[in-house]
Design a protein around this ligand. Structure first.
Ligand code: NI
Length: 173
């Protein structure tokens, strides 16, 4: 497995609509494994293919936070939200493409998601709590949307300026 570099906002590749995965291949499964490895290494609880510069509808997640609890690596190809609750939930979100920036975002508290698993089998499940927030955040990435897009323009611009500065600093080192 390979740890991939994660793109930092602003980057045009993070704003693109990702294409559906037509057929599962060994190459795509390998990419999913690499993304899980990259996510655990970061560390993070979710990662979408556009964040490593791949414009495909593929996300990985593991929202188990308790120390010592078994991992729940979750891979979704072509994930789709098929139902969302009226009830809302607020979580303080962050993103591996926007390091060290957090903001409270309101989203449906429960969502039903349909996707293809690593074996190409269709799965459907209802998510709540942190999993529900995470899966919506990751699917947003596939549509070129970041959590800061939910913020007021001024706050978003402030964060973007910080990221431009961070990228400049990283390029220098
Ligand atoms: Ni993110």
């Amino acid at each position: 497995m390979t740890i991939k570099p994660i793109l930092i906002h602003p980057d045009p590749r993070l704003k693109k609509l990702a294409a559906p995965v037509p057929d599962l291949s060994d190459e795509l499964r390998q990419m999913a494994d690499d993304m899980l490895e990259t996510m655990y290494d970061a560390p993070g609880i979710g990662l979408a293919a556009p964040q490593i510069g791949v414009s495909s509808r593929l996300i990985v997640m593991d929202c188990v936070k308790e120390e010592g609890a078994p991992r729940q690596p979750t891979v979704m190809f072509n994930p789709e939200i098929v139902a969302a609750s009226d009830a809302l939930n607020v979580y303080e979100e962050g993103c591996l493409s926007i390091p060290d920036q957090f903001a409270e975002i309101t989203r449906p508290a429960e969502v039903t998601v349909r996707w293809l698993d690593m074996n190409g089998r269709e799965q459907q499940r209802e998510f709540s709590g942190l999993w529900a927030t995470c899966v919506q955040h990751e699917i947003d990435h596939l549509d070129g949307k970041l959590f800061i897009d939910y913020l007021k323009p001024l706050k978003r611009q402030m964060i973007t300026r910080k990221m431009i500065k961070l990228k400049r600093e990283r390029a220098r080192d």
